[in-house]
Design a binder for this molecule. Structure first.
Ligand code: HPA
Length: 246
């Protein structure tokens, strides 16, 4: 079982990863965000890809999601853990928390969002009722418990286009829609993984309250940066529990 980790903002490398090699994959869809790192983490082989590029230079709407997912499939990853910073919307989604979403609402637009758009022998509609892999989500929930990390075990991830943050009214609308958290990279990544039959789950790291919530007059980048550091430390501890279970 080879896990591929897609690291988001705040996770461009993995502490303790013994790097074996870096591999650039050329895909029919163009270049992924960077080379895939092959290495050993806590005794198991894993792959790692920095979603925004190793220097964090690719904004959410410019990420080549198809090339990223295709590369991981091509290199024979068996499952994908997406790590992603989010804003909290629901009560309980306070900055510093980890969360494992179980649903998605897609508010993005204009992204290359499917492998089944051209050169088709026939039209393909994947089932996406449950967008995240149930077994991988269960392992994440168990691992957080074992690591003593307080994590929210479900919730709807609202994927926005970015790169700007939301208005207060957009966040209120997302709350009415039932979104528990908001991020910019969850889609089309999750759907593309499903199209290639790659089990996929997300570990969301809450780094701020959604715009306008809890009396905030603006979203402070300084808070985001400090919460990223706390949150990614917890992700690392979570991985130590998760990896032996795979
Ligand atoms: N909105 C969208 N994406 C995000 C946020 C947010 O508030 N925080 C981290 N990623």
């Amino acid at each position: 079982m080879t896990l591929a980790i897609i690291g988001g903002t705040g996770l461009t490398s993995l502490n303790g990863l013994e790097i074996e090699r870096r591999e650039m994959v050329h895909t029919p869809y163009g270049e992924p965000s960077g080379p895939i790192t092959h290495g050993v983490l806590d005794g198991k082989p894993i792959m790692f890809l920095a979603r925004h590029g190793s220097g964090h230079t690719i904004p959410p709407h410019r990420i080549n999601y198809r090339a990223n997912i295709w590369s991981l499939k091509h290199l024979k990853a068996n499952c994908v853990l997406a790590v992603a910073a989010v804003g909290g919307i629901a009560e309980g989604m306070a900055p510093g928390r980890l969360a494992f979403p179980n649903q998605i609402i897609d508010y993005t637009g204009g992204r290359d969002h499917t492998f089944f758009g051209e050169n088709l022998a026939q039209v393909v509609h994947i089932d996406f009722t449950q967008p995240y892999d149930r077994a991988l989500r269960s392992l994440l929930i168990e691992s957080a418990r074992a690591a003593g990390i307080e994590a929210v075990d479900r919730g709807t991830y609202g994927a926005t286009q970015g790169p700007r943050l939301e208005t207060a009214a957009e966040i209120r609308r997302m709350a009415r829609d039932g979104c528990a958290m908001v991020g910019m990279t969850g889609m089309p990544e999750a759907a593309l993984a499903r199209e290639l039959e790659l089990p996929y789950a997300t570990c969301a790291v809450v780094v701020n309250w959604g715009a306008g919530l809890h009396g905030q007059s603006e979203v402070a980048m300084t808070q985001i940066e400090s919460m990223l550091r706390t949150g990614m430390g917890q992700v690392r501890r979570l991985l130590t529990e998760l990896i032996p279970k795979l």
